[in-house]
Design a protein around this ligand. Structure first.
Ligand code: B1M
Length: 209
């Protein structure tokens, strides 16, 4: 069996101890890092669908997420191979009320590889924390906001509004996450939207050009 299929199966099964070794073996077999990443994302889609249908519950989603995060750690040095350019600072976080971080972490890796320094504020980040961090780092070029739940789309809107209302300027706001669309990004007044980690890095560079 191709190692990439095994990676997918073990992420789905939440085998965090086995996944890093299998990811390394898949790389050794000649599989590319983006292909392995794609297999892990597909595994998470399967997990999400099983959760939706009531076949599994939150703890199973969590162990799969841990397994994928361990796999991403092995891929990170390859995905993040960057040049020496510096595009400035990006402040990143998942908005208040939302605990999903795998997508945000991938976006962070790709934005770093596009030459940005990233301050990652983590998950469930209150608006005040974003504002405080921007004040501490007025040189920030991009504020990158992730939201993974339809129920945290309003939190994304409030974060964009709150940051705008703070009067702080000099940076662009980039948003994304599974339920977010270009139309929603426009509606809430974000400067940019990207559907995935790779295009987030491209968009971040476009925004500061
Ligand atoms: Co959650 N969860 N979850 N979950 N979870 C989803 C998102 C869900 C779709 C599953 C489902 O029902 N099919 C569903 C949301 C439904 C909806 O919104 N209508 C859901 C739910 C309902 C919930 C809870 C409410 C469940 C509950 O408690 N009853 C709960 C909410 C907790 C909270 O946040 N307050 C919850 C909890 C969790 C866990 C904690 C158990 C765990 C997260 C652990 C972690 O992240 N460390 C979890 C997981 C693992 C998932 C699924 C299965 C996988 C998410 C993931 O990592 N995907 C997910 C189903 C799914 O996605 N298929 C699901 C892989 C990742 C690479 O993709 O995050 O989409 P993604 O990131 C992409 C893009 O979105 C984009 O680029 C990334 C990479 O290409 N992107 C950006 C992301 N951020 C971006 C920012 C950008 C640009 C692009 O610019 C700044």
């Amino acid at each position: 069996m191709s190692k990439i299929i095994e990676v997918k199966e073990k992420v789905e099964a939440g085998k965090a101890k086995l996944v890093p070794g299998l990811v390394q073996e898949a790389l050794n077999e000649g599989c590319s890092a983006p292909d392995i990443l794609q297999a892990m994302v597909e595994a998470m889609d399967v997990v999400g669908n099983k959760f939706s249908s009531g076949e599994i519950f939150v703890p199973e989603m969590l162990v799969s997420a841990r397994a994928m995060s361990k796999g991403v750690e092995v891929l990170k040095p390859i995905l993040a191979s960057s040049g020496s350019v510096s595009n400035g600072l990006c402040i990143m976080g998942t908005v208040a009320g939302d605990l999903h971080d795998i997508g945000k972490n991938l976006v962070t890796i790709m934005i770093e590889s596009a030459g940005f320094d990233v301050i990652d504020l983590g998950v469930d980040v209150p608006i005040t924390k974003f504002i405080e961090t921007i004040k501490e780092h007025p040189e920030v070029k991009v504020l990158a906001l992730s939201a993974l739940l339809t129920t945290t789309m309003p939190s994304l809107r409030e974060t964009v509004n709150g940051v705008r209302e703070s009067g702080l300027t000099g940076f662009k706001i980039l948003v994304g996450g599974a339920p977010i669309t270009q139309a929603f990004a426009d509606e809430i007044g974000a400067d940019g939207y990207a559907p995935d980690a790779g295009s987030a890095a491209v968009k971040a560079k476009e925004l500061i050009a």
